[in-house]
Write a protein that binds this ligand. Structure first.
Ligand code: SF4
Ligand code: SF4
Length: 165
């Protein structure tokens, strides 16, 4: 898995133009059953990919934290939301709360998340490949294929499956 992760930015860069073209067409005319296709591709991929062997998202990007995330996680630590923010978060250029630094401070040994049950919504949903109307997050997906081996594989399979694009 480590080799696969190290190779990923290079592999994704090679596919970037092809992916960009594919998503541009997908956005214009998504297949009627796209939600169904994505659900199937996502489930197939995550039957084979074990996130505990990877954790590259936790190591390299980290999530954004919504106000609801902050309240929930602060409560878990018996902190006030403001105390949690001061201890762990900063504001990015889009005015979102993000981690002060990566790898994520909550990433524990053996790639376990130490706040798994209360983790941010963005962590639960990453890499968003089972999201409805997947064509709407193509810019994000173009970035995620360089971080997440599962997202990379799903997009490759997607291109094979939706051949007319
Ligand atoms: S979601 Fe993707 S990047 Fe994150 S641990 Fe799983 S395979 Fe790795
Ligand atoms: S909160 Fe947990 S799942 Fe989210 S980035 Fe940190 S370690 Fe990973």
């Amino acid at each position: 898995m480590l080799e696969q992760i190290n190779e990923l930015p290079k592999k994704a860069a090679k596919k970037h133009q092809e992916n960009k073209k594919f998503f541009a067409k997908l956005k214009k005319k998504p297949p009627k059953n796209l939600d169904y296709i994505m659900q199937e591709l996502h489930e197939n991929e995550f039957e084979q990919t074990d996130c505990l062997q990877c954790a590259n998202c936790c190591k390299t990007t980290g999530p954004l934290f919504t106000n609801i995330d902050i309240e929930r996680i602060a409560k878990y630590f018996r902190l006030k939301p403001q105390q949690f923010i001061e201890k762990y978060l900063k504001v990015d250029e889009d005015h979102d709360y993000i981690l002060k630094k990566v790898p994520c401070v909550f990433l524990s040994t053996n790639n376990y998340c130490s706040i798994y049950d209360v983790r941010p919504k963005a962590c639960r949903e990453f890499p968003h490949t089972d999201r409805k109307k997947f064509q709407q997050i193509s810019d994000l997906t173009l970035k995620n294929v360089a971080i997440c081996p599962a997202a990379y594989n799903i997009v490759e399979e997607m291109k094979r499956r939706i051949k007319s694009y």
